[in-house]
Design a protein around this ligand. Structure first.
Ligand SMILES: Nc1ncnc2c1ncn2[C@@H]1O[C@H](COP(=O)(O)OP(=O)(O)OP(=O)(O)O)[C@@H](O)[C@H]1O
Length: 394
């Protein structure tokens, strides 16, 4: 936790007045429905630059879809076609089944929240008035709009007293949260997010990513998110579209598929060589078979040992390691132990298991049950061979 930037989002379903549904594009979200569709879209700017080339892509209702690719590959151009900030040279972009060119841009934009890098807040309006702007334009009274804005501040994890400040009096991460609150103010079913977190430092950025995921759990928006950071794309996207120069779609797939089977050399180099490691996050560890490990309980007599022994408390929770070569010497006290590594909770993903194995001084990753009790240990080799099996089977 780093100051207010990491306050957690307290989306309170019981509050009633923060509307969590989606309005504007006709009825409740239909699972699997395609809310945004690009069909054979091409964009050539007047100077001849082809930013997007014959691209077709559909975005499912209620999902986060990420557009990722190197600078200049057409991500922003593609995204801005959704709310008609840019019109395609050919092809169609439709939202909820209607070609966006058949919609009034102002009305279309009221149903599409837009979050950009550095938040783009109005500098001379307070935080609360920034958030209240769109609802007031849509006809809400100032009082109702401000009341709703206070709830949104809470929803994005900001304390109420920040509402009176001006944007320059907030940290970068706080400004981004206000940007998200402002985009949510009209309760739009669609959110466009263009590199929203790239202007903040990596720690704050991770916090914002986590909170977007938490917020999405509550709100179920259809989010189109642009980034050039493949890690961000993989973390946030239920589906990820990798674009390459000239606005070509190189691959469109769930992150796991992208990491497992990159479509070509470009995607391979873009997702990076350590994709095997990243991919571990998507493989569950149900087939991992932890082996028994010799233990010793805190407060009990220290045994002579020629192997690593896991020290546990009265609830079998791991407290550290007793190294090989330890001589029998009185009762076991916590301060004499070698600190343990991270713990892997049973049924978690393989990345957690590998982290546990790699971070343990014994090389033995400790697996615990939901109550925190040790159930056994795994080695890094065991985790990686499971990954090989998974690779071979998919
Ligand atoms: N108004 C414009 N006129 C001419 N060319 C443009 C215009 N806007 C963008 N371009 C060019 O179109 C291409 C795609 O730009 P776009 O901003 O969509 O890419 P991007 O992937 O979002 O890049 P970045 O990650 O750097 O923001 C680039 O070559 C860019 O220089």
């Amino acid at each position: 936790m780093v100051g207010a930037d990491h306050a957690s989002i307290s989306a309170d379903r019981g509050k009633g007045t923060v509307r969590l549904g989606s309005a504007g594009f006709g009825g409740p979200a239909r699972e699997g429905a395609r809310l945004i569709e690009f069909q054979s879209v091409r964009k050539q700017y007047p100077n001849g630059t082809v930013a997007v080339e014959e691209l077709s892509l559909s975005v499912e209702t209620g999902t986060i879809t990420v557009l990722v690719g190197p600078s200049g590959c057409g991500k922003t151009t593609l995204m801005r076609m959704v709310n008609r900030m840019i019109d395609p040279s050919s092809g169609t972009v439709s939202v909820d089944g209607t070609d966006v060119r058949d919609r009034d841009p102002a009305q279309l934009r009221r149903n599409i929240g837009y979050v950009i890098q550095q938040a783009g807040l109005f500098p001379h309006r307070t935080v609360l008035d920034n958030i209240a702007t769109v609802p007031m334009l849509a006809g809400q009274t100032r009082r109702a709009a401000r009341e709703h804005s206070r709830e949104l501040l809470d929803l994005v994890g900001l304390p109420a007293d920040l509402g009176k400040r001006y944007p320059a009096q907030l940290s970068g991460g706080q400004q981004q949260r206000v940007g998200v609150a402002r985009a949510l103010a009209a309760d739009p079913p669609v959110l466009l997010m263009d590199e929203p977190f790239s202007a903040v430092d990596p720690v704050v950025r991770e916090g914002l990513q986590d909170e977007l995921l938490r917020l999405q759990d509550e709100l179920d928006k259809t989010v189109l998110f642009v980034t050039h950071d493949i890690d961000e794309a993989i973390k946030l996207g239920e589906k990820v579209a990798v674009l390459r120069q000239g606005g070509h779609l190189a691959q469109y797939a769930p992150p796991d598929d992208l990491l497992a089977s990159p479509a070509d050399d470009f995607v391979t180099s873009f997702v990076g060589r350590d994709r095997g490691y990243r991919r571990l996050s998507f493989v569950d560890s149900a087939r991992l078979r932890p082996k028994p490990v010799p233990t010793v309980r805190l407060g009990e007599e220290v045994p002579s040992t020629d192997q690593w022994r896991l020290a546990v408390d009265e609830g079998d929770r791991p407290r550290g390691w007793l190294p090989p070569g330890t001589d029998s010497d009185g009762d076991l006290a916590e301060h004499t132990l070698v600190a343990g590594g991270s713990l892997h909770v049973e049924q978690g993903n393989l990345r957690g298991a590998l982290d546990a194995a790699l971070s343990a001084p014994s090389g033995l990753g400790v697996v615990v049950n939901a109550d925190g009790g040790a159930v056994g240990v795994v080695t890094a080799d065991e985790v990686l061979s499971l990954l090989d099996d998974h690779r071979a089977a998919t």
